[in-house]
Design a protein around this ligand. Structure first.
Ligand code: NAP
Length: 488
């Protein structure tokens, strides 16, 4: 971006007319200490959002050309004097070098934007450390979860949330207003003790995805090994046939649907277990075990990974006829048939099996795509609760049933063919059916009227063995009250 471009507000000044309580953004001056990547991006975004910006640098002359011309770049002490809100865009290690400014900073709001290089690197958070160095200032933690890149490109292209915490409500509100005017969504994280947690957020690598990814990798490894034994090792040991070429595509392509299918059933299994526990204890007010809680929270990620594996399976399947091995096998079969003078190779049952199996597979993938798309926050936010739960719960379960049909039509009668039991190992698809069929059976049982009603009552607050007040009309038409067990 050229200097001239940077001077031009990208978003223009936001009209504050009609909001008499708000201070017009343009009338506020915001200070930024530091002239690095973050300070520069912050200054650009603030200028674009209509604020006056004053940047405090140790070397303003050298750094001025890096900032939009609308921002004033001056010495640190000069900058601090001109504003009451200062973003400290300096690393924690250099906070102590700002101590000379303590007098001019007194009574002002300091926004700590810093991050660490390791989780829980220091005993106290950076924001608490800054507050201890400047006790006469009010420190607000915020903006550290937003990258310099997001600031520069605008909130539209990046994470919109800005997590804020402080012990001073007023200061927190002021910083939240600034964030909002910059196009971000401020999220109140409470008091300063949350700073440590906020500072750890940018350092965590896919925290919600760790367990689902390990689960998917674990399943992949198990099924891959199983398929490798059946498709490559067995023919080598029994017939001395080299089938290693099958590993990159065929073995992977028989493994992927197994992982996708089992993962999809694992999205619905914790719901079944939760319902069983509620029925067993006769209450919904008893906490689930931690492992089940964790599992319930990871359902979205497990579902998305299931979709990912299913999509890969579809792509791999498309590529199967492109392989050289496939072409050679096709020619070999054709030659054999010609030698044997076989004219009609059409097997009606096989044709139907394949047609149904592929069609059902496509429908299952379509439904999984729908589930994946509606789990994206921007789409999920546009749905009401009923729509969301219909798609994720009802359509999701239908996807599981259709995937089961896909698996069954793929397997057809192979489970009863003894040639399919390599080293006495049953075909892979029979193993994958175990969990999904359990889930489907459990769902069917839960839909039996007697069980469904009990579950519904529990979910509306009814508890087994709990005594409740009741009011009954007496024979005379008067009402008498008493206590009974709701269990009766
Ligand atoms: P940077 O490019 O290295 O800038 C740091 C600035 O600190 C320097 O330009 C320097 O400006 C100033 N500074 C003041 N006293 C200093 C001293 N004694 N020694 C060295 N520099 C001193 O770093 P940055 O990427 O902008 O990051 C600044 C802060 O923002 C950090 O706390 C970081 O954790 C946080 N942050 C950065 C990002 C990001 O995407 N970059 C994202 C979130 C949070 P002068 O020479 O002009 O004084």
């Amino acid at each position: 971006m050229s200097r001239g471009d940077m001077a031009k507000p990208l978003l223009g000044h936001r009209s504050m007319e009609g909001d008499p309580d708000s201070t017009p953004a343009a009338s506020r001056t915001i200070g930024v200490l530091g002239s690095g990547d973050f300070a520069r991006s912050l200054a650009i975004r603030l200028v674009c959002s209509g604020f006056k910006v004053v940047v405090g640098s140790r070397n303003p002359k050298r750094k001025a050309s890096l900032f939009p011309s609308a921002a004033e770049v001056t010495f640190q002490a000069e900058a601090v004097k001109k504003t009451d809100i200062i973003f400290v865009a300096v690393f924690r290690e250099h906070y102590s070098t700002l101590c000379d400014l303590a007098d001019v900073l007194a009574g002002k709001i300091l926004v700590d934007v810093s991050n660490n290089t390791e989780i829980n690197h220091h005993k106290e958070s950076n924001a608490e450390y800054l507050a201890s160095l400047f006790p006469a200032c009010t420190v607000v933690k915020g903006f550290n979860v937003v990258s310099a890149w997001t600031l520069q490109s605008g909130a539209r292209d990046g994470n919109k949330q800005v997590l804020i915490c402080s012990n001073n409500q007023e200061a927190k509100r002021t910083v939240a207003e600034i964030a909002q005017l910059m196009g971000f969504t401020p999220v109140d994280m409470g008091c300063m003790s949350s700073a440590c947690e906020i500072e750890n957020i940018p350092l965590r690598l896919l925290p919600a995805w760790k367990i689902p990814i390990f689960l998917a990798l674990g399943l992949f490894l198990c099924f891959f090994t199983y398929n490798l034994i059946r498709q490559v090792i067995h023919p080598y040991i029994r017939e001395q046939k080299n089938k290693l070429y099958k590993i990159p595509i065929e073995v992977v392509n028989t493994t992927l649907p197994c992982v996708a299918y089992v993962m999809l059933s694992l999205v619905y299994l914790p719901g079944v277990l939760a319902a069983c526990l509620q029925l067993y204890h006769g209450t919904k007010y008893r906490r689930f075990p931690d492992w089940l809680d964790q599992w319930l929270q990871h359902r979205k990620q497990i579902g998305l990974l299931s979709f990912f594996c299913a999509a890969l399976h579809a792509v791999y399947s498309f590529c199967l006829p492109m392989r050289r091995s496939h072409r050679y096998q096709l020619i070999e079969t054709a030659v054999k048939q010609a030698v044997e003078k076989k004219m009609n190779v059409w097997v009606e049952e096989e044709v139907w099996r394949m047609e149904i199996y592929i069609s059902v597979g496509i429908i299952a993938l379509g439904l999984l795509s729908l589930l994946a798309i509606t789990s994206l926050p921007s789409i999920a936010n546009s749905l009401n609760w009923r729509e969301f739960s219909f798609i994720q719960s009802t359509l999701g379960f239908i996807a599981l049933v259709i995937s089961t049909l896909h698996t069954l039509t793929y397997g057809w009668s192979r489970a009863f063919d003894e040639n399919q039991y390599k080293f006495y190992l049953p075909p892979t698809y029979t193993l994958t059916l175990l969990v999904p069929c359990t889930v489907i059976l459990a769902k069917v049982i839960f839909n039996l009227p007697c069980i469904q009603q009990r579950l519904l009552r529990i979910r509306r607050g009814w508890e087994k063995g709990r005594y409740v007040k009741f009011v009954l009309p007496s024979a005379t038409g008067e009402y008498s009250s008493g206590e009974t067990s709701s269990n009766v």
